[in-house]
Design a protein around this ligand. Structure first.
Ligand SMILES: Cc1cc2nc3c(=O)[nH]c(=O)nc-3n(C[C@H](O)[C@H](O)[C@H](O)COP(=O)(O)OP(=O)(O)OC[C@H]3O[C@@H](n4cnc5c(N)ncnc54)[C@H](O)[C@@H]3O)c2cc1C
Length: 548
């Protein structure tokens, strides 16, 4: 496997300048990652550049569900529901440690979006379209059973509930696992290397891109046959680098999630419930936290600046207090939050909630192939569609191509739940002498799957060198993230590789201060970067609280 170390980035960029790729992909969110994997598995030469960190755009800011989108039935988007519904099972098979079945409670209330009968019909249709297996199908609950399932529910206006199964994931870990698999299969993927422009031939056809290394500002030219624009909310910006006269194709819809201590919003399981204004929101317990989301409002500013506002906060808190009246959730209970932008395909006269979540491919006269819309859940399908388009445009099919449908992601070489449990047991045993207890091993397996054993190995190597023995497991994880997951900045690690910015916010500053010298030493950071990256880390900690 090619090295996927942060220390190797410049070398990868330099070498890529001397090659000719079959595919160049701009954007390292789930869409670009999926295309890179599909193409690498087929045996094509692939280069992917990401302007910031992998998954730093929408792909770390979703509701973190692998789902068919029950609400899309309302807009009659049967195709989206069917494709994404079926995909849940495929992703569960291919990333079992990351895509976990999640029971979901759907309370039915008086004057709510759905009544008992329409809920039954909607779920029947949802599961029929998604091909859900018999033992996973929904059940309807009367009022008493619903209250036993979730005693926090509003007793006065409750009619009953439905209990069905969704899948939860960690979106940024899913993205990085797809990218790592693509790298294992030969793709070159580099973060912090924005595409700044295109190389065109005499007939104005695109035959390469200009990228820069964001840390040194060194520039490189990378040539390739097909150029894919998978820049999510920035798709139109990248299209404008090709041709400034192209019409805008995207509208951005902002979605906010809030994180609370679980004891402040102590739902027994995930719930999907009515919110003011006819929307529905999720409340999802995760460890000792519960997160809630999402909003859906038009966003027209610079995508890099989207953040949480007071009114986002108030809206979601009101939704929770309406459904669970005894909890009296307050703004100062908020621990953390994230804000994402849905890149949706514009249609005249339609609001963001009405717009289809369907993906679309559009090709510019210069040959830039842009893909946008869609969902995290549908990334593999989107990649297949891109590959089909490339074959139509003359890319020769490879006889030894491996279909991504059958490809387990990096670290996901499990065939059933029993194998995961056995692996955890084995690693707990292995890690006894390096101070990593059961809780830590479980969290590593949830994040890294079978790659956990590599972190344990690193911990054994570090053990004699580190004086503060209790820090060895954390240092081992940081070492692995830098040298095997291209972590370049603190936020890459604490936000996207581990999710701690959102879910361990209370202990974050302390952990960061204890390990930052080790982090900087591993990356050979200079004084300027040490200060700059630390500043950015604390700015990101501030940004999880709302602006006025
Ligand atoms: C609030 C919210 C909740 C959601 N919940 C779910 C859910 O639960 N389940 C689900 O299936 N889907 C969900 N989605 C949808 C899903 O998250 C998105 O469809 C998906 O993440 C989009 O991925 P992407 O790769 O297209 O975009 P992004 O993840 O934004 O990736 C695009 C990347 O391109 C990079 N880029 C931009 N310009 C350049 C450049 N010039 N050069 C190089 N790189 C560049 C960016 O830095 C970015 O990392 C949700 C979306 C939102 C907003």
């Amino acid at each position: 496997m090619r090295s996927f170390s942060a220390l190797n980035r410049l070398k990868l960029l330099e070498e890529s300048g001397k090659q000719h790729f079959d595919l160049i992909i701009i954007g390292g969110g789930i869409t670009g990652a999926g295309v890179a994997l599909d193409a690498a598995a087929a045996g094509y030469r692939v280069f992917l550049c990401e302007a910031n960190d992998f998954a730093s755009g929408t792909s770390s800011k979703s509701t973190k569900l692998i789902h068919g989108g029950l609400r899309y039935l309302k807009n009659l988007q049967f195709g989206v529901v069917r494709k994404t519904g079926i995909e849940r099972e495929v992703l569960y098979r291919n990333a079992m440690h990351l895509v976990r079945p999640e029971p979901m409670l759907l309370p039915v209330i008086r004057k709510g979006e759905l009544g008992m009968f329409s809920t039954r019909i909607a779920l029947w249709m949802y599961e029929f379209l998604a091909g859900v297996k018999k033992d996973m199908r929904f059940k309807m609950l009367n009022k008493e059973s619903a209250l036993m399932e979730e005693p926090l529910l509003h007793k006065d206006n409750l009619l009953g509930a439905a209990l069905y199964t969704e899948y939860r994931t960690d979106d940024s870990r899913l993205t990085i696992s797809v990218i790592k698999k693509a790298v294992e299969l030969g793709a070159v993927c580099v973060n912090y290397s924005p595409c700044k422009g295109f190389v065109k031939n005499n007939s104005s056809k695109i035959e390469g891109i200009h990228v820069i290394d964001a840390f040194t500002q060194k520039s490189f030219t990378v040539k390739g046959r097909f150029i894919i624009n998978a820049a999510g909310p920035w798709v139109d910006d990248v299209r404008h680098l090709d041709d400034n006269n192209l019409n805008k194709n995207l509208v951005l819809s902002k979605g906010v999630h809030l994180v609370f201590p679980h004891f402040k919003l102590p739902v027994k399981q995930s719930a999907y419930f009515d919110a003011p204004g006819g929307r529905m929101v999720f409340a999802i317990p995760r460890g000792n936290k519960t997160y809630v989301g999402t909003t859906d409002t038009l966003f027209s500013g610079n995508p890099g600046t989207a953040g949480i506002t007071r009114s986002d906060l108030n809206y979601l808190i009101e939704a929770c207090n309406n459904m669970f009246p005894d909890i009296a959730l307050r703004a100062d209970d908020l621990l953390s939050s994230w804000t994402g932008l849905r890149p949706l395909i514009a249609k005249q006269g339609k609001g963001t909630t009405e717009l289809s979540r369907k993906d679309e491919i559009f090709i510019s006269p210069g040959g830039l192939i842009s893909i946008a819309g869609g969902k995290l859940t549908g990334y593999r399908h989107m990649a297949e569609n891109v590959m089909k388009k490339l074959h139509q445009k003359g890319l020769k099919k490879k006889s030894k191509a491996i279909a991504s449908r059958h490809l387990k992601l990096s670290g996901a070489e499990f065939n059933n739940e029993q194998e995961i449990a056995e692996f955890i047991e084995q690693q707990i045993g292995e890690a006894k002498q390096i101070g990593a207890g059961e809780k830590m091993i479980i969290s590593w397996v949830e994040r890294y799957g079978r790659n956990t054993s590599k972190i344990v190995e690193i911990a054994y190597e570090l053990w004699p060198q580190i004086v503060e023995k209790e820090l060895v497991p954390l240092f081992a994880e940081i070492n692995y993230a830098i040298h095997s997951e291209m972590v370049c900045t603190p936020l890459d690690f604490w936000e996207r590789r581990t999710g701690k910015l959102y879910f361990n916010f209370d202990k974050l500053a302390e952990e960061f201060e204890l390990s930052y010298p080790f982090f900087c030493q591993q990356l050979n950071l200079n004084e300027r970067l040490i200060t700059e990256l630390k500043y950015k880390f604390y700015a990101a900690m501030d940004a999880v609280k709302p602006s006025e």
